[in-house]
Design a protein. Structure first.
Length: 214
């Protein structure tokens, strides 16, 4: 009985942390058939807590495939400093730190790890700068548990080690996104929201992080 009460208390705490966040990371659009992305073996995950949604623009978006080519010059800009600041991971994902947690207690704040319950805001782009998902515009960040395959692998990898209030721009190769299937409407005549084999860019803010509620 005491164990059950403790579990209920943890669940209530998680809901309080989540607030207005949507439960888990939803598909970009209802009615779509998203790809079943598989997480690479041996992936180490970790995340962090609280920050306002950023004023995100399309400037400086870089292809996740090349991590050095500025996309569609007519749509977005970029500069050498942004490209130079890229952190490139062995799995093919790259990211830029757009805002770091430099508060007085930042050294004590844990980075995100596997199993953490996180809340994030993001704007997701195709390579040409087209926005295909935007939690900031909806006014509802998404909540999910790391390591449970509730979102694409690239988003989880890019959140590893982030602390409360930090912002990153993630350059996600197709195989860590929606892969060969993309995200397409059930009615094939309507096409795809995310075409097959498409690299993605995510502007992400870590809003909150905590241990698993159960």
């Amino acid at each position: 009985k005491g164990k059950a009460s403790a579990m209920i208390s943890k669940a209530v705490l998680a809901l309080a942390i989540a607030g207005a966040a949507e439960a888990f990371c939803p598909s970009p659009l209802a009615g779509l058939a998203p790809a079943k992305a598989t997480r690479p073996s041996g992936m180490e995950l970790r995340m962090s807590a609280h920050a306002p949604a950023p004023g995100i623009t399309r400037r400086g978006l870089v292809s996740g495939a090349t991590a050095a080519v500025v996309l569609s010059s007519g749509v977005m800009g970029g500069n050498a400093a942004e490209v130079k600041d890229l952190v490139r991971l062995e799995n093919g994902l790259s990211y830029q730190v757009k805002k770091a947690n430099t508060g007085p207690l930042s050294a004590l704040a844990p980075g995100v790890i596997d199993g953490d319950f996180v809340i994030v805001d993001y704007i997701a782009y195709l390579r040409d700068g087209t926005i295909f998902d935007n939690t900031v515009k909806r006014g509802k960040p998404v909540a999910f548990q790391m390591g449970k395959k509730q979102t694409i692998p690239g988003l989880e990898i890019g959140l590893i080690g982030m602390k409360a209030g930090e912002q990153r721009r993630l350059f996600v190769p197709a195989r860590l996104g929606y892969g060969e299937r993309g995200v397409c409407f059930e009615d094939a005549s309507k096409g795809c929201l995310v075409p097959a084999n498409t690299d993605l860019v995510y502007d992400v803010t870590l809003v909150s992080v905590g241990p698993s509620p159960i």
